[in-house]
Structures are given as structure tokens and as C-alpha cells.
Design a protein around this ligand. Sequence first.
Ligand SMILES: O=C(O)C(=O)C[C@]1(C(=O)O)C=C[C@@H](O)C=C1
Length: 360
Amino acid sequence: MAKTLAELRVQIDAVDLELLTLLNRRAALAHAVGEIKRLDGSAVFRPEREAQVIHGLQQANNGALKNESVAKIWREVMSACRALEAPQRVAYLGPAGTFSEEASLRFFGSSIQHVPCLNFDQVFHAASAGAAEFGVVPVENSTEGVVTRSLDLLLHSPLHIVGEISLLVRHHLLRSSPSLDGIEVVMAHPQALAQCQTWLTDHLPHAERRAVSSNAEGARLAATNPVWAGIASERAGSEFGLHTAAHAIQDDAYNRTRFVVVCLPSTMPAPQASGKDCTSLVVSVPNRPGAVHDMLVPLKKHGVSMTRFESRPARSGQWEYYFYIDLQGHPSQANVAAALADLAGLCAFYKILGTYPLAD
Ligand SMILES: O=C(O)C(=O)C[C@]1(C(=O)O)C=C[C@@H](O)C=C1
């Protein structure tokens, strides 16, 4: 005979108690690992080990749970275990409710200490000066292109890139009422205003577009005045008790932002090869005919794919540029190492920004 709801719940309660005992046993083991790491001064956060754990469990999974759920559950379990080893402080553009916060939670799980910052400069400063172990900043958006300030900060920073996250970014028009009537000012980060400009021209042609330090800050301000609106995430809307006056107003339905995770090499060394890696670097070449072409020759010669090539002014007043390059692969691969060595020999300036596993 089928079991009753009450009987099934009794069984669930028993399984939960077993799970709790097991999770606490796991937490105690992680705590012991943390002691070893504290004594030898090695990094607490080991993304490659976490990826291995999840992969192993997904291979072993033959139950009803989807592999995607297995990954989500263990990411959180390991986030909680990591926090027992040592609290991991993560700096990002705040306040609460920004996409940078969402990217941080996606990468580290929810057991982090939040260090919300006023701008990207502060994020870099927090992670370099020891106020946070890690920083998370956007570097490019599929609609608007590069986030120039992040690239400029990476150039001279002692921080290196140890990971990336790609987020589907849906912007909503948020305000204290659910209609579009009477909106005089729309506030958001300049990147979000740019990502929604066609919608704003079509639907709110007379509203002033006001740039503020973050989308969540725009949402916070929108809650203080009925003729103001903000462009931000659903999370920011609920954080500040706002209505969604228009959903998904970004001009491109597939609008994505790529974030990178940065830290001091002493906090965490470059991740080992995962099999699907990216190496980011910034270079400059002497200002002479063919120099940019020559720079790409080593990549072709050693069969290394370039997935990104951006230029930024060198600010010398001489029309000189820094080139930001993403390569597929890890320097532990012979062809990547050879291409990098050849490239370094051609460049007036050469800096590896980091090597890290590609986002899923
Ligand atoms: O294996 C380790 O190095 C651990 O610290 C344990 C653990 C885990 O919970 O499994 C926690 C944090 C690390 O990022 C990787 C894995």
C-alpha cells in the first residue's frame, strides 16, 4: 500500500538528520584541511579541486537528482566548508542587488563575506590592500563591449585573474509604481543606460537619463522619489521594495556580461590547467608598420587560438595602444608556452593578467 504523506515526511526527517550528521562530518574534515593550509600558508580556495569534486559526483550520480542540481548543491556545501577554513571576503561594485554581487555569489557560493564597494577602483584597492581576499569586476558586455575602467585597472594592478563568470543580464525598469506614467528621470550605471538606449528612446523619450555609480544605487534612489525610475535586476527591485514597470528592457535579449575574479598571487596562485582554460595578457608593440601583424604570427605558428583582442589608448599622446588578448589554453601546454615566449620577445610591454578555467 502507498505510504501516506505523514509517513513519507517522517522518512524525510530521518534522512535529513543523516544528511546533517554527514555534512557536519564533511565540515570537520574541511576544517582539518584548513588547519594544514594555515600552517603551510597555502590557498584556501581551490577551484580546480571543487570542480573535480563536482565532476566526480556527477559521474557517480545514478539517482533522481539532475546533475545540474548536484552541482548547485555541492557548490553551496563547499562554499560553507570553505568559510569554516577561513572567511573569504569578496569585493564587488555594490550596494546589494548589483549584477557584480550576483556574479560573486555564482562563483563563490553564498558563504562569503560581502565587501560592497563604490566603484571598480575601490574593488581593486580592497583586494590589493587586504580588505578582501578577492575582487569581482565586469570586463565586457555583449552589447556595449569592454568595461574600460576594469581593463585600465588590470594594467598596473598587482592582482591577477583566477576565474571568470558569464551572466545573462536582464535589466528591468523599477520604480515605486507599476506604470510608465510620469517618469522624469531614469537612473542607472552608464553601462546599463547604454544597454537599454533603444528601449528608452522608444518608450521614455522625454525622461532624463542620469548616470549613477551602480544600477542598485539607481534602484535605491528610485525608491525615494515617485518620478524617478532605476534600471536594475529583479534582486535589486525586491531589495528596495520596487515595482517592475517594464520587464527585460535591454536592447539585446541575449545581453551577457563577463566578470573576472581577481586576487593577489599570495592569496591564490594561478589555477592549474583544467583542460578548458583561458590565458589573458596585455601587451604593447613598438609603433611601426606591421608590428601588430607580427605580434599575431607566434599564435598562428604554435596553433594557439585568440578569443579576444581589444585595444586601449596608452595615454602617451602618441597614438600608442595597449592590446588586451585572450588566448585559449594554459601556459603548462607546450604550444601555449612557446607562443607566449615568442610573443614576449616582440613586445615593448608584456604582462600576463592571469590564466584560469573558462566559465561553463
Ligand atoms: O580540498 C580542499 O583543499 C578543501 O579545502 C576542501 C574543499 C571542500 O569543501 O571540498 C573546500 C575548499 C576548497 O576550495 C576545495 C575543497
